[in-house]
Ligand binder design. Structure first.
Ligand code: SAM
Ligand code: SF4
Length: 323
């Protein structure tokens, strides 16, 4: 699908739950607050139907996210259902990694091709603080298991001033001896993230360069997203930067999102979209839904507008949208 800006939309991020076993400081309030009742959340059959219709319209890459996707029972079976859809070329998952230990082979057999594991620090105490209780050793084990079974692995880290900003080079060092990408994502001022202080890509890059020397551009294909990759001399893996705030990349945006309650979101920061759950549960046929999706994507917002006064700013939290 090509939108009104000429952008090819071939990537769908599917949030399958708003629930999570962690409470990361920039994502969820300490008390949790999961707002979706069981019947509000799309069933796996409904998700598979949306995937099939969207694959027919040109979606090729799927990411399963949440909340924590593995907090929903049957998550790996859903991967199998999506894998069976004609036209889908890659299925990746964004996860905190804690509930995937020991299930890697099964996930791969179901059709998972890549894993993004969120890890903001390798330091046990800081990890516990930032996630409000997580055990970093378990995440490190998951990373090693994923690599051992041949999955492509990326680490997602959000630098936050006063929390992990002095530990970023330790995290980057994980890519020295492992074939992984460690990616630093600028904190976005959404939900709980709005009350924390970001660290810009420019600042992170300087710290990494000071620690490891010149950062050589790495233009090999890492995925289908907006990250820019570099590789310090002698590194087996690479370092990535995702800079929605300091280097807006909306002109090359290729994605839309499906929330756990079935809303097709056209842009992270805008409410514009389409209530697919209402259409499906209202009895709409495939052709009607396809036409509505096509029309909706045609009107995808031009840019996120985080730094502007846009009218329809998103109020959902990241755990509801899926990042
Ligand atoms: N629970 C899974 C996980 O943590 O990987 C998937 C869902 S989580 C909402 C997806 C991604 O969103 C994570 O990598 C997280 O770091 C990121 N995220 C959450 N809130 C954010 C914010 N305010 N700014 C930037 N990234 C954020
Ligand atoms: Fe949970 Fe992921 Fe949000 Fe952390 S970032 S609270 S792991 S949904």
């Amino acid at each position: 699908m090509i939108d009104h800006c000429g952008r090819e939309i071939d990537y769908l991020r599917i949030s399958i739950t708003d629930r999570c076993n962690l409470r990361c400081i920039y994502c969820m309030p300490e008390a949790g607050v999961c707002t979706m009742a069981h019947e509000e959340v799309l069933s796996y059959e409904e998700i598979a139907r949306v995937t099939r219709l969207m694959a027919g319209l040109g979606i090729r890459h799927i990411r399963i996210t949440g909340g924590e996707p593995l907090a929903r029972m049957g998550c790996l079976d859903l991967i199998g259902k999506i894998h069976a859809v004609d036209g889908i070329e890659t299925i990746s998952m964004t996860t905190n990694g804690l509930m995937l230990r020991g299930r890697m082979e099964q996930a791969k057999a179901m059709g998972l091709t890549a894993l993004n594991i969120s890890l903001d620090t390798a330091d046990p105490q800081t990890y516990r603080t930032m996630t409000r209780g997580g055990d970093v050793c378990a995440v490190l084990e998951t990373i090693d298991q994923a690599l051992a079974c041949g999955l492509k692995v990326k680490i997602n880290a959000v630098p936050v001033r006063g929390y992990n900003d002095e530990q970023l080079t330790d995290l980057a060092a994980m890519a020295r001896t492992r074939p992984i990408s460690v990616r630093f994502i600028e904190l976005m001022p959404m939900g709980c993230g709005a009350n924390l202080e970001p660290v810009s890509t420019g600042e992170v890059e300087k710290k990494i360069e000071a620690a490891f020397g010149p950062l050589l551009p790495d233009d090999s294909l890492h995925g289908y997203g907006p990250a820019r990759y570099v590789r310090p001399e002698g590194f087996m893996g690479s370092i990535g930067f995702i800079s929605p705030m300091s280097h807006e990349f909306c002109g090359a945006c290729n994605r839309v999102r499906l929330t756990a309650d079935g809303y097709l979101k056209l842009c992270l920061n805008h409410t514009a979209g389409l209530d697919l759950r209402a259409m499906m549960r209202g009895g709409a046929d495939d052709a009607t839904i396809e036409a509505a999706i096509r029309d909706s994507i045609e009107h995808k917002p031009v840019r996120h507008g985080f730094l502007e006064d846009i009218g329809d700013r998103e109020v959902r939290r990241m755990n509801e949208i899926g990042g």
